[in-house]
Design a protein around this ligand. Structure first.
Ligand SMILES: Cc1cc2nc3c(=O)[nH]c(=O)nc-3n(C[C@H](O)[C@H](O)[C@H](O)COP(=O)(O)OP(=O)(O)OC[C@H]3O[C@@H](n4cnc5c(N)ncnc54)[C@H](O)[C@@H]3O)c2cc1C
Ligand code: FES
Length: 283
């Protein structure tokens, strides 16, 4: 009975959503526009799945009326702490990047579906820029599931490659930079881990810019490997009420906030290498 109950609450759509006031413990500037927020909850953290996200209320910004979505980067249930990785792109994220230890952060979580987890398999994780945010929690859980994980991180230059050393405890880390200042020169899709005609991976997990995810998904599709992509459509409510995050799929329109953010790339209309040109012309 208990196992059945635990199974039930682990189904993302049935997971109860919580609104929690966190206290900021540390705010670490990782480079010119990325901050790592470590925060503590006074109440026990609910179960979360890698790939799920949180909606954060931005207090102190006069123009940020709606909560902003962020991937759950790290969770530690033993200390009731969580980390978010923030890239400053506008008023909301700039305000969050300015938080100080002791400040309060009101967060709704866990939201969305999360990545399906392989067990005892070889897998590849691909993160572009801030797209590595959900891959920490994912890499950690995949290690617990005895997977052998390669992580490929891409960025424009060395300063865009964040926390690569921290990920080495869970995965073999590979790096590609466009200017060649770290790792192999070029885009992630040109990296040697993706060059083989017969890639050794059971699944490829991907988060980052849309163009990067599409290019990786085409390589995966060619070799019959499932590619799980985490979409970052603009969101408002985060709970399926406003329909502003809708994406076109083979099953019709779906909300990225409730049916995603993780989708198999082949579920997404226009993402297949075979249909992409035709679909984009239709739009
Ligand atoms: C499921 C999900 C998970 C996310 N995880 C993270 C994360 O872990 N770390 C992180 O830094 N960001 C993440 N994002 C993106 C983040 O939510 C946006 O960057 C943030 O909402 C921007 O708020 P703002 O007020 O600073 O910018 P705004 O003032 O709202 O916008 C500034 C600029 O950023 C663009 N922008 C806004 N939202 C997005 C978006 N979702 N994707 C691309 N461009 C956008 C706008 O078009 C505009 O040009 C995630 C988004 C989603 C949907
Ligand atoms: S953000 Fe409102 S429905 Fe998805």
């Amino acid at each position: 009975m208990r196992t059945f109950f635990l199974l039930l609450i682990s189904i993302p759509g049935l997971m109860k959503k919580h609104i929690i006031d966190f206290k900021i413990l540390t705010n670490t500037a990782l480079n010119h526009n990325h901050n790592l927020l470590e925060m503590e909850s006074a109440v026990p953290l609910p179960e979360m799945l890698p790939g799920q996200f949180a909606e954060v209320r931005v207090d102190g910004s006069e123009t940020t009326y709606l909560r902003r979505p962020f991937s759950i980067h790290r969770v530690d249930y033993s200390s009731n702490t969580m980390h978010l990785l923030i890239k400053s792109v506008g008023k909301g994220t700039e305000t969050l990047a300015g938080l100080k230890p002791g400040d309060k952060l009101n967060v709704m979580l866990p939201l969305g579906n999360g990545f399906p987890l392989e067990e005892n398999k070889k897998v590849l994780l691909v993160g572009g820029g801030c797209g590595i945010a959900p891959l920490w929690f994912l890499a950690k859980e995949l290690k617990l599931k005895n997977c052998s994980t390669d992580l490929l991180i891409g960025g424009r230059s060395a300063r865009d490659i964040l926390m690569a050393d921290d990920y080495r405890q869970f995965a073999t880390v590979h790096i590609a930079t466009e200017d060649g200042s770290l790792g192999e020169t070029g885009m992630v899709t040109g990296h040697s881990v993706l060059k083989s005609e017969s890639l050794p991976y059971r699944s490829i997990y991907c988060c980052g810019p849309d163009g990067m995810m599409r290019a990786v998904s085409h390589i995966a599709e060619k070799q019959g490997i499932p590619c799980l992509v985490s979409l970052e459509n603009t969101m408002a409510c985060g709970i399926g009420a406003c329909l502003c995050c809708v994406v076109d799929t083979n099953q019709g329109h779906r909300c990225v906030c409730t049916d995603g953010p993780v989708f198999n790339s082949l579920e997404l209309k226009g993402w297949s290498a075979e249909t992409e040109v035709g679909c984009s012309l239709d739009k």
